[in-house]
Design a protein around this ligand. Structure first.
Ligand code: GDP
Length: 301
């Protein structure tokens, strides 16, 4: 919870700061709702979700006969928790009960994919599991080396080919290596260049096919890494990746670096894909399982 509170302080200060000013007024009127909508949209909650939130707020205010604007804050936090909760079950990572689990990481360059793989490998090690990393981004200069640095840092082996090699071949080797080294979880990095989107998506589909063919029930997760500081852009990215390879979970990074953490709500509501982890900083321990209640609590702290 402390991690959430400090990681979300920028959003909390700006969003709740603006709300506190608003709710200090003497009465609840239409102007207040409109200003609240502006504040929420400004925090990247997204237009659709903002309307959903304020419609519900209006309804509850009427039903409960609320007159004091100060009561809107706890009410809003309640509604927000409710909207975010959704299906609790899918917040957990899906791993194989027995044998090898394969996690496929996708996302555009710079969102924090490599960093997240490193952080997650560290978490898995802490749980006593043996992770193995596969350097499937053979396109971006430095991507392989960067993954190796993370591998060294957290004590996980990295399977790699040369720059420019076929990513599907790297992942295939990763699977064979994971089996022979008795690894529990294979974390597959992939390219995120956007210059040639069609080509990238074809490459990801091929990687996906190899994983499916080689390991029963795999990939156990296709994790899309999104950068919270890119705002509504992140939603568009999610749609593109979802169409190409399917996405089972989202990892939202850099929440500590934005005052617009409302994007969490937009992603949850508009995409219907569970956010499984959030990045709250650059250090290895700054990856937290997403918890809707902790999120809302930290926001309104
Ligand atoms: P990739 O191109 O997607 O593999 O991105 P990288 O893993 O190289 O990350 C890009 C930059 O984002 C690096 O400087 C990371 O330290 C930084 N980064 C990643 N996750 C987070 C996060 O949760 N918070 C912050 N503040 N920075 C992050």
């Amino acid at each position: 919870t402390q991690a959430f509170v400090s990681g979300l302080s920028k959003t909390s200060n700006s969003l709740v700061g603006a709300m506190d000013d608003l709710f200090r007024r003497s009465k609840i009127d239409e102007e207040m709702y409109e200003e609240l909508e502006e504040i929420l949209i400004g925090a990247d909650v997204g237009v659709t979700t903002t309307m959903e939130l304020t419609d519900r707020l209006r309804r509850e205010v009427k039903e409960r006969k609320i007159k004091d604007p100060q009561e809107l804050k706890p009410l809003l936090s309640e509604i927000l928790s409710d909207l975010l909760r959704g299906d609790e079950g899918d917040l957990k990572m899906n791993l194989a009960r027995e044998g090898l689990s394969v996690l496929l990481f996708v996302g555009v360059n710079g969102v924090g994919k490599t960093t997240t793989i490193g952080k997650l490998a560290h978490k898995l090690k802490e749980e006593g599991k043996k992770p193995l990393l596969a350097a499937g981004d053979t396109f971006r200069a430095g991507a392989i080396e960067q993954l190796e640095i993370w591998g060294k840092r957290v004590g996980a082996d990295v399977i790699k080919h040369q720059a420019g090699a076929d990513p599907a071949a790297v992942i295939y080797d990763g699977i064979q290596a994971a089996r022979s080294r008795r690894a529990d979880v294979l974390l597959c990095d992939t390219a995120g260049r956007l210059q040639n989107k069609v080509n990238l998506m074809e490459e990801l589909k091929k990687v996906h096919r190899v994983i499916r063919r080689e390991v029963p029930d795999a990939p156990h997760e296709v994790l899309l890494v999104l950068d919270a500081t890119t705002g509504q852009n992140a939603i568009q990215q999610a749609k593109t990746f979802r169409e190409a390879v399917g996405v089972s979970g989202i990892i939202l990074t850099k929440l500590d670096g934005t005052a617009k953490g409302g994007i969490v709500v937009a992603i949850r509501r508009e995409l219907g894909i569970p956010i499984k982890w959030v990045g709250l900083g650059e250090k290895v321990e700054d990856l937290q399982p997403f918890d809707p209640d902790q999120f809302v609590h930290a926001l309104f702290a």
